[in-house]
Design a protein around this ligand. Structure first.
Ligand code: 8OZ
Length: 366
């Protein structure tokens, strides 16, 4: 039997990958409380998963104002860069590739998580119907304030600086988080963006922030090391759009100008049903001129089929990677998978993080 393409090497922009299985970005809320830095347990966790063709890290705030949950890591301070350097060294020592997800939550935050108790920033001062985790429990997100037009250049500069930091931390590239109802998605979707300046109103205006961020990030590093994650049809974090096919057709057209490493789509509802308007997802995928990473609810056979038929170039797995550090080997051998424990997804330390056994460990314990 020949090896399915899913398990074969590929190039992704400037990167050479050992296979087409991607570890999806996964928020785990285990950064060091005093400085939001990753540390030894993160290096161990990611190194355990280095056989993925590509690891996309958990979302990492580009500035203190970009933070929306307790204990998420940042990529804006020296301590954070140093912590991430240990992570990238550990992954590279095992032959893996790792990009960092650059994250700005926009309105999905709480004043208690932000500098000086300030309000979250958003395209428009509309409070999301969503909750966040403030370190004690789930709380409704705070009322945001609308960004002034004059603040946008500073925001773009924050993305540039985070990209420089990612490079200094030894990453292979970055993924721009433009999905799941966070800041860039808030600009894209008209349920959250009612601006009357050049960043709101028409589709052309709503895709402007994404376009400017991608331009800045790819010029700060190189386009072959930059990917973008979108969730066109997702209502995650209370976001809506009146015409996602039109909005995201315009977004993909913008992205096509850059020669990016990849486009990574959450297909349907984030972590939920794979639903979208008839042909909508397929049209977006066909319109993108680079490598396509598919995500959302794939199992082994669906991933093999998607890559075999060209529906996807790579497939990202989330929960399966939480519970299976050796997911690639398990999929290759078609062996049973460990079951993820949702009680330990968010927060804590090693338990449910670095203690899931590999096949080998399970065999030697038997
Ligand atoms: C789960 C919990 C908190 C944040 C996303 C970054 O949905 C997240 C996230 C997921 O993109």
């Amino acid at each position: 039997m020949t090896l399915p393409r899913l398990f074969t090497p590929t190039s992704l922009g400037s990167l050479e990958l050992a296979n087409r299985i991607v570890m999806a970005p996964l928020t785990r809320n285990r950064a060091r409380a005093e400085d939001d830095a990753p540390y030894e347990i993160h290096a161990r966790y990611y190194a355990q998963r280095a056989s993925a063709g590509l690891i996309v890290t958990e979302g990492s705030q580009i500035t203190p104002e970009a933070k929306g949950y307790a204990w998420t890591p940042g990529i804006h301070s020296e301590a954070q860069i140093e912590g991430w350097k240990a992570v990238t060294d550990a992954v590279h020592a095992r032959g893996g590739k790792i990009v960092i997800q650059l994250w700005h939550v926009g309105r999905i935050s709480h004043t208690s998580l932000l500098p000086n108790g300030q309000a979250p920033v958003a395209p428009t001062a509309i409070t999301a119907e969503s909750r966040t985790y403030d370190g004690n429990g789930f709380v409704p997100v705070s009322q945001p304030r609308a960004l002034e037009t004059s603040e946008i250049p500073r925001l773009i500069e924050d993305y540039r600086q985070a990209t420089r930091n990612a490079r200094a931390a030894g990453f292979d590239g970055v993924e721009i988080h433009a999905a799941n109802g966070y800041l860039i998605d808030q600009f894209l979707k008209d349920g959250a963006n009612q601006r009357t300046d050049a960043y709101g109103g028409s589709v052309e205006n709503r895709v402007r922030l994404l376009d400017e961020v991608v331009a800045a990030v790819s010029e700060t590093w190189e386009p072959g090391r930059v990917g973008v994650r979108l969730s066109p049809f997702s209502n995650a974090n209370g976001i809506t759009d009146s015409d996602p096919v039109a909005t995201f057709t315009a977004a993909v057209d913008k992205l096509n100008a850059y020669g990016l490493a990849f486009l990574h789509l959450v297909e349907g509802q984030t972590g939920g049903p794979r639903e979208w308007p008839e042909g909508g997802l397929e049209a977006l995928r066909a319109r993108f001129n680079g490598s396509y990473i598919a995500n959302n609810g794939y199992d082994r056979q669906a991933a093999i089929d998607a890559v075999e038929t060209g529906k996807a170039d790579l497939v990202a797995f989330g929960k399966a990677f939480i519970a299976n550090p050796d997911l690639v080997e398990r999929l290759r051998q078609d062996t049973p998978l460990n079951t993820p424990d949702s009680d330990t997804f968010y927060g804590g330390t090693e338990k449910g993080y670095t203690d899931y056994p590999t096949l080998e460990e399970t065999a030697s314990a038997a």
